[in-house]
Design a protein around this ligand. Structure first.
Ligand code: PDD
Length: 303
């Protein structure tokens, strides 16, 4: 998430509100010492009237609950509690344009360093509004450059954990190759990007890597599955070999911050004819319509 230097949003930390620049956590916070926490990134879309609204919030909160459950941290809020916090963080940070909400929950602050869970610890809760710039129309028309690398992460990639060193190194690998994303392969099979899910198209069929511990199931995963279904695009969730990835007609990535974005160069080679393909175009359009639909349903509460 890139923030300009003078951007100092009002953030929530453990019940208190204040500027990001003044938010502090003790060094024995388990998130700092062990990466012992989970997070969510929820896109917030600007509306013609009323405050910015979170997209697919229910699904993001359900995934947060699953991530917390898998690392055995009690959920500090119910759905209404999270919604109230998010509405407040939006209200505290009025502004133009789309944005995102970053939520992080760690196991809390320990009295001393020790790997196992400390007894009687209260989770640390942090909520922040972040700036968000989706890829521009020109970037979409051009498509993204991606590189590949071996996936060396642990086998709980389904947990949206703040222990992101593997993902950080993969993102850095992309940056050093002037690429937008690193697409990872494990045992010769496609897994996902450093911070995105990856899709390929073969002979008109959209393929996604199997949901499970090797990937984070993006909130856009089942959304894209539904959008494909509605658009009459066949979808298969199955193992995708490196050879299939390299000979794909289309490749695209999806995430809260990219929506769905075409990849037109992979490891220096053209993907398909080197231009964003028709399945991408159909899914991108369908994604935009899904936003309109969701916010049409939400309109009464925004007033
Ligand atoms: N990342 N896989 C990984 C490893 C991710 O980090 C992400 C998202 C996704 C896509 O998930 P979703 O559709 O829910 O955004 C898949 C966020 C944007 C991040 O870490 O900033």
């Amino acid at each position: 998430m890139s923030q300009s230097d003078d951007f100092d949003p009002t953030v929530y930390l453990n019940g208190a509100w204040g500027p990001l620049s003044e938010a502090r956590i003790p060094v024995l916070d388990r998130g700092f010492i062990f990466g012992d926490g989970v997070y969510e990134v929820v896109p917030l879309y600007a509306q013609a009237a009323g405050p910015r609204l979170p997209f697919r919030l229910k699904q993001h909160l359900a995934r947060l609950e699953r991530s917390l459950g898998k690392i055995r941290i009690g959920n500090p809020f119910d759905g209404a509690g999270w919604r109230a916090l998010i509405d407040r963080v939006v209200a505290e940070n009025p502004g133009e344009g789309d944005a995102l909400v970053y939520i992080q929950v760690t196991r809390g602050v320990a009295k001393r360093r020790g790997h196992a869970f400390p007894a009687g610890i209260t989770p640390t809760v942090f909520v922040m509004l972040g700036k968000l710039a989706f890829p521009s129309p020109a970037e979409r028309a051009q498509g993204a450059v991606a590189v590949t690398a071996e996936d060396k992460r642990w086998l709980h990639c389904d947990i949206k954990s703040t222990s992101l060193l593997g993902n950080v190194l993969m993102a850095q690998h992309a940056a050093e190759h002037d690429a937008l994303e690193t697409i990872q392969l494990r045992d010769g099979l496609l897994t996902e990007g450093s911070s995105s899910n990856v899709w390929i198209v073969k002979q008109g069929v959209l393929l996604g890597a199997p949901r499970g511990p090797r990937i984070l199931e993006g909130i856009r995963y089942s959304l894209i599955e539904t959008l494909a279904q509605d658009a009459g695009i066949a979808f298969e969730e199955r193992d995708i070999s490196e050879a299939e990835l390299r000979s794909a007609d289309e490749i695209m990535i999806s995430s809260a911050t990219k929506e769905v974005m075409p990849v037109t160069t992979l490891d220096g080679a053209r993907v398909g004819d080197g231009r964003p393909g028709p399945v991408y175009a159909a899914l991108y359009e369908a994604y935009q319509r899904a936003k309109t639909r969701e916010f049409a349903d939400e309109a009464p509460r925004a007033k």
